[in-house]
Design a protein around this ligand. Structure first.
Ligand code: SF4
Length: 350
């Protein structure tokens, strides 16, 4: 998700009937992988791709096989993957070289080769269009700049481009969960915490900037989407209404399933533990992938998800019972007023 759940699925428009406006070619950094295999005298190589790039596994394996000794086995993770929080630890333990494509590192490890796969889409044409939604730099020069890992290779170009047009560009590196200055994740917008009332988000999709706008309601968030070629303003109202509706529905719940996610970078044990300690009608459920099907047989009245916040917010309507974030749970159980509803963010690594 991006580095995040939604990032690649949003860029992949096969299911929307639209077509990609730009071809995207990726650099799989095969030389780095081949070198690592030879340095470590590896016999096994594990590959992990995010959902939108899984179809490339076959071609990447073919290319690697061509360059690797015949006795090296290349295998690809078939587990769903939405972020660097979501490493296939099973495959990682059983392979000599493990390659995670499509996300920047959440936590560096000698064992893992991260291949970020930067987009080659040009960002300045859409930034040009976004100027119409930003304040005139003579009146309000300060602008915050954020992007996703996918476009991080163009971040300095974006900054310079804005500065050349008279803006004062404010950026920061968020927290440990983020690799780069100006990078946002679907669960972390700490890099937008800058001294500017307007933020320019350059990246694909609407989910990131919606979370950003909810996390920073006092800021004007302009979305320059170079993948789909559109400029929009993040308006979290519809999204908030959906969250209010889920919270209201959950207020009648007599019992709760509290989901603790076992994915390496999605575990919030203390939060899950605190909920069950204080509510006898709350039951801890552990799982990796959280899907509506997997919850069907439990039959709880409502759920609290302490794993990836995007599952709750983006996929929430697909669950039969209300699925809440930990903060929303506090509202539904009367511990906090509705006005305190905010976006669920995730900090730290593991
Ligand atoms: S927990 Fe964060 S980084 Fe991981 S998939 Fe969800 S939004 Fe992306």
């Amino acid at each position: 998700m991006s580095q995040d759940r939604s990032e690649y699925s949003e860029g992949d428009l096969r299911n929307t009937g639209m077509s990609l406006k730009h071809d995207r070619e990726w650099d799989y950094e095969l030389d780095r992988i081949v070198d690592a295999v030879s340095e470590r005298d590896a016999e096994t190589v594990g590959l992990q791709f995010p959902e939108g790039l899984k179809r490339r596994a076959k071609a990447v394996t073919d290319d690697l096989r061509e360059h690797l000794p015949d006795d090296v086995t290349v295998m690809t993770s078939g587990q769903p993957c939405y972020g660097a929080c979501d490493l296939d630890t099973y495959l990682m333990r059983r392979t000599d070289v493990f390659v995670h494509f499509g996300h920047s590192p959440m936590k560096e490890s000698e064992k893992i080769i991260y291949v970020p796969l930067f987009s080659n889409v040009e960002v300045t044409p859409i930034m040009e269009e976004s100027l119409a939604e930003l304040a005139d730099p003579d009146e309000e020069p300060a602008v915050g700049l954020v992007t996703t890992a996918q476009h991080m290779n163009k971040f300095e170009d974006m900054r310079e481009w804005l500065e050349e047009r008279g803006y004062e560009v404010h950026t920061r590196r968020g927290d440990d969960r983020l690799t780069h200055e100006g990078q946002v994740l679907g669960c972390n917008y700490a890099s937008a915490d800058v001294d500017a009332d307007q933020i320019l988000y350059v990246g694909g999709g609407k989910f990131h900037p919606l979370g950003l706008a909810m996390e920073h309601p006092d800021k004007h968030v302009v979305i320059a989407d170079p993948v789909n070629n559109v400029v929009t303003i993040a308006d979290p109202e519809k999204f908030l209404k959906q969250r209010y509706a889920s919270v209201h529905k959950a207020m009648d719940a007599e019992n709760w399933g509290v989901i603790f996610c076992t994915k390496i970078g999605q575990g919030r044990w203390e939060q899950a533990q605190e909920i069950i300690e204080n509510n006898d009608d709350a039951y801890l459920v552990t799982m990796d992938e959280v899907t509506p099907d997997r919850l069907t047989n439990f039959g709880f009245d409502a759920y609290v998800n302490t794993g990836c916040p995007r599952i709750t917010t983006d996929d929430g309507p697909q669950f039969k019972q209300p699925m809440l974030t930990p903060g929303e749970y506090e509202i539904a159980t009367g511990q906090k007023p509705m006005e305190e509803l905010s976006f669920d963010t995730f900090h730290g690594t593991w």
